[in-house]
Write a protein that binds this ligand. Structure first.
Ligand SMILES: [Zn+2]
Length: 292
């Protein structure tokens, strides 16, 4: 039990959860990338909102960062790293793996790792695919991730959704056997997969972040984290810094894309603050350390 800086009692469960942010330009989100003409860049203000929250709750998080953004904003990335957060890879151009060949993916990984190393002096340990695009169709990705020397991946969304996801994939961190990468291989070595959180082992509703976290009441998200933590499973949550910045809203995209992209954006700060005052979060790399 420890006290938050805001004086509220923080009664943590034993399990360490992971808080992650996918750092990209808001208009490169898969749903928006063809919908917005001449967008205003909001990346610095969005990241500052998030850093401010993390400082308030003394929490470290993982920022899966797009290589091109790292090249464009090296000082911003350095500032995030200097506050103790982890910078990991989110590809180089934010292209979903469905649109890449294995060779092009390897190149993306290398370019992004180099950009991150140039900005921070540290090579990234892990990767998250744009739009969770690691599925049975793109499972060649695991060979490339091992080859580049990443220690973990966090791209498996263990719920099938219209755009992505792998039905029946493990919901707790597991070692990947590239021959059967969506089953727990129980291997002692190799890449660790950190799947995204679901509501309950038997009720696999996505509550992990993004649109789902904006849509659902905080009580449901909290219950989902507890459902996992009670079984010793860390919850991997994801957000985007732009989801904390209502200034990104635009009327240009069609209504359903606006709904999925911006619904609930005014309340995300409050929601995350509530989660940070309830649960313990750390970075992916610290969780990976704990797995040895
Ligand atoms: Zn992304």
């Amino acid at each position: 039990m420890k006290m938050g800086r805001n004086g509220r009692r923080r009664s943590f469960e034993a399990t360490q959860n992971v808080l992650s942010f996918d750092l990209e330009h808001w208009y490169t989100a898969t749903l928006l990338r063809d919908e917005v003409s001449d967008p205003i860049d909001r990346i610095e203000t969005s990241v500052e909102i998030v850093l401010d929250l993390l400082r308030r709750f003394e929490t470290r998080a993982t920022f899966f960062s797009v290589g091109e953004v790292v090249e464009e904003y090296p000082e911003l990335i350095r500032a995030v790293a200097e506050e103790g957060h982890e910078i990991a890879s989110h590809g180089h151009t934010h292209t979903p793996l469905f649109e890449l060949s294995p060779e092009a993916f390897r190149e993306e990984l290398e370019l992004s790792a180099t950009a991150i190393e140039d900005a921070t002096g540290v090579r990234p340990d892990g990767f998250r695919a744009p739009n969770f695009s690691v599925t049975p169709r793109t499972q060649w990705a695991f060979d490339a991730l091992e080859a580049i020397g990443h220690r973990y991946d966090s791209s498996v969304f263990p719920v099938r959704t219209p755009m992505y996801g792998v039905r029946g994939a493990p919901i707790r961190p597991y070692r990947v056997d590239p021959r059967g990468p969506f089953e727990d291989a129980n291997g002692a070595n190799g890449l660790l997969e950190l799947p995204l959180a679901v509501f309950h082992p038997w009720v696999r509703l996505p509550t992990a972040g993004g649109f789902y976290a904006r849509l659902l009441p905080t009580a449901i998200i909290k219950r989902g984290v507890r459902n996992l933590n009670r079984r010793g499973i860390p919850a991997m949550l994801y957000f985007h810094p732009w989801e904390f910045n209502p200034a990104v809203r635009t009327d240009e995209p069609p209504p359903h894309k606006r709904f999925v992209s911006f619904h609930g954006i005014e309340r995300t700060r409050e929601k995350l603050a509530e989660l940070l005052s309830t649960f313990e979060f750390t970075t992916s790399e610290r969780l990976v350390e704990a797995y040895g």
